[in-house]
Design a protein around this ligand. Structure first.
Ligand SMILES: Nc1ncnc2c1ncn2[C@@H]1O[C@H](COP(=O)(O)OP(=O)(O)O)[C@@H](O)[C@H]1O
Ligand SMILES: [Mg+2]
Length: 266
């Protein structure tokens, strides 16, 4: 397989991508979730969640605090058990967290969860810990410093000593070092200044240009929809709205509930 976007896919995921035509490469969704239920012990959180993420899309999953967004990511990453169907690239998603990661599905967790006492570069190298292609890892490091110039200036700095925005960049770059096919970012903008959020949102489009599909999980509905192609709105564990980012932004209900449009509507 050579040429166009999948040229990277052939050697991207550590063991996931095969050279054969994949569902995604022939126009099917990359991630296809149907009727997902999940929760914690007796408490059901997700109720019949269905969504698709197509190759090279940026898809936003938005909703208020406690809606179930992180629970969805945990279920997709196989960190908690779930019922329902999850297909990745046309096949059943692997059953264990390790195998999901190896298939190219990588999460940037809420709160970054960096190795605080390690340097930026050590954190980035941790993202590639499953890879054995040493020279490609070195190239990817430089590529990350191109996408995140602030990290290039701080490659020897201890990650825990950086600003929240820089730590978020480091977490995203670390995820990219795994050469993911789908990157799921949980609350990227939480607690960050608007100017930093804008910078990170611009970076999302660069990440997509690298051939990585993105699922952006956000309480900041405006930020997420500003960069997404399509979006879903989750409330109390259910998808209550879906559509193009533009249609959701102009949806009066979405505006009233999430976009602080106190003057609009009636
Ligand atoms: N580890 C957990 N154990 C029990 N309940 C949890 C746990 N994590 C989250 N919850 C509950 O699940 C619901 C959804 O939470 P979460 O998925 O974190 O929402 P969001 O990410 O949209 O803010 C909330 O009611 C929350 O209290
Ligand atoms: Mg959350």
């Amino acid at each position: 397989m050579s040429g166009e976007a999948p040229s990277r896919a052939a050697n991207s995921a550590p063991s996931g991508g095969s050279a054969a035509a994949t569902a995604a490469s022939v126009g099917g969704p990359l991630l296809d979730i149907a009727g997902l239920d999940a929760g914690y012990g007796e408490m059901q959180v997700l109720r019949g969640v269905s969504l698709v993420v197509r190759p090279a899309e940026i898809v936003a999953m938005v909703g208020g605090n406690g809606a179930g967004k992180t629970t969805l990511l945990r279920a997709i990453s196989r960190l908690i058990s779930s019922r329902g169907n999850i297909a990745f690239d046309g096949r059943a998603l692997p059953a264990t967290a390790d195998d999901v990661f190896a298939a190219g599905l990588v999460q940037v967790p809420e709160g970054r969860q960096l190795f605080d006492r390690m340097s930026v570069e050590e954190n980035l190298r941790m993202g590639a810990y499953r890879r054995r292609d040493t020279s490609a890892i070195a190239e990817d490091l430089e590529r990350m410093y191109g996408i995140f110039p602030r990290l290039a200036d701080r490659r020897r700095q201890i990650a825990g000593s950086m600003s929240g925005g820089e730590q978020q960049m480091c977490a995203m770059a670390r995820a990219m070092m795994a050469r993911p096919r789908l990157m799921m970012v949980d609350e990227m903008s939480l607690g960050l200044a608007p100017v930093i959020v804008d910078l990170l949102l611009e970076t999302m489009t660069r990440i997509r240009a690298e051939g990585v599909t993105v699922l952006l999980v956000e309480q900041d509905v405006h930020a997420a929809l500003s960069v997404a192609d399509r979006g879903y709105v989750m409330e109390t564990g259910e998808i209550v709205r879906e559509g193009t980012a533009r249609s959701l932004e102009s949806d009066p209900e979405v505006q009233r509930a999430y976009l602080g449009d106190v003057t609009g509507g009636d």
